[in-house]
Design a protein around this ligand. Structure first.
Ligand SMILES: [Zn+2]
Length: 381
């Protein structure tokens, strides 16, 4: 398999770099890539990490997979990019130093757009529109995405928070209502993707319903774009803390990678259950945010991944002397997915992410929001 200038060879691990762009001082930024090609034909599996430069568990997991994988035992091709954001890694920051945009919101947008009909058209409309002038990171990811039609599976490894349960994010699948058979095809894609997430072996968390998802431009994340634009199974894994490496998390992440390679038949063997951390898949989860309503210091009363009944206490907000100002209780049965590494809070501060049961469709037409508004309007009329 040839990816830009780097050509894999059957039965070998090939290491190389893809040119990204030119720095002002004239040198070229390059993306590291390893192509592991088996002798036998099979699927192409893309594994990436560190698109957020301070998220290190994916990087280290993929380094170890590269070292341990035996190309002669692979059916198909495994493409590994340990860092999708080498400049962010240099400065250990979420975004690269040359642009502040979130690199995980710059991938090809699958959402159909309606151009507004304007009464007044200005010669400089396009000149003034920042969306028509992508930054160098977006230009490169758009170029890189040219390989995605050749890729069958895609997993992007991230980190979430210092006190968070490792888990996988699964995107809802959106489809064009006007095209016949699209709903059924999307349901099939959703199920195939869900099977892959389950094979990986961590807690499955659905990405938010449409409003939040599109507000956050998550359809332009690596795997949001892959699932919804390229219509193939992909998902994001969230591996605990940023900024340092916990070898136990790397072990879990690596087990997951071997599991999906086995699940797709690309290497021999059966997936092995992850049992060193809680894996909570008795319910299909989605996340909500826990906020404080007063200023003070927030102290958790439970651990991430511990099942909590509706009405049970989750956090205490204390004043400087330790008096309890507020007790935050669980609005539904669920668990804390991750809590932020802080103690200070103000009214409306975000303290943690909490999992509740998903009740919103997982396969939705693109027009969902608009239709929903129209339905509400019709009811009123
Ligand atoms: Zn991330």
């Amino acid at each position: 398999m040839k990816i830009f200038n780097v050509e894999g060879k059957k039965g070998e691990k090939t290491f190389g770099y893809i040119d990204m762009f030119e720095y002002p001082h004239g040198t070229t930024e390059k993306l590291p890539i390893c192509i592991i090609e088996g002798f036998e034909e099979g699927p192409a599996f893309l594994l990436t990490g560190n698109i957020h430069g301070d998220e290190l568990h994916g990087l280290v997991t993929l380094q170890e997979i590269i070292q341990e994988i035996d190309p002669s035992k692979v059916k198909g091709t495994v493409i590994i990019i340990p860092s999708l954001n080498p400049a962010g890694l240099l400065v250990l920051k979420r975004s690269p130093f040359y642009t502040r945009a979130d690199p995980n919101r710059l991938w090809p947008d699958p959402k159909p757009k309606k151009e507004p009909k304007l009464k007044y058209v200005d010669h400089y409309d396009e000149n003034l529109d920042s969306d028509k002038h992508p930054n160098i990171q977006e230009i490169f990811y758009t170029k890189f995405a040219q390989i995605l039609p050749e890729v069958d599976y895609f997993i992007d490894l991230h980190c979430h928070a210092i006190r968070s349960l490792p888990f996988s994010y699964l995107d809802r699948v959106y489809y064009d209502e006007k095209k016949e058979g699209e709903k059924e095809k999307s349901e099939e894609l959703y199920q195939k993707t869900r099977d892959l997430v389950e094979a990986y072996g961590l807690t499955l968390v659905l990405e938010g319903p449409p409003k939040h998802y599109f507000d956050e431009k998550l359809q332009r994340s690596t795997t949001g774009s892959f699932v919804n634009k390229f219509r193939k199974p992909g998902f994001t894994v969230e591996l605990g803390a940023t900024g340092f490496v916990d070898i136990d998390i790397v072990k879990i992440a690596k087990k997951g990678v071997w599991n999906v390679l086995k699940h797709t038949g690309m290497i021999e063997g059966e997936p092995i259950k992850i049992d060193t951390i809680p894996v909570l898949n008795d319910t299909l989860w989605r996340e909500i945010i826990i906020r404080s309503s007063s200023s003070g210091y927030f102290i958790p009363l439970v651990k991430c991944g511990e099942m909590i009944d509706k009405g049970s206490p989750l956090f205490e907000i204390r004043d400087i002397f330790g008096n309890i100002k507020e007790t935050i209780i669980a609005v539904e049965r669920g668990t804390i997915l991750g809590m932020w590494d802080d103690i200070r809070c103000y009214p409306n501060s975000e303290l943690a992410v909490y999992l509740i049961e998903n009740t919103i469709d997982v396969v939705l037409p693109w027009e969902y929001e608009k239709k929903d508004e129209e339905d509400k309007k019709n009811k009123k009329d």
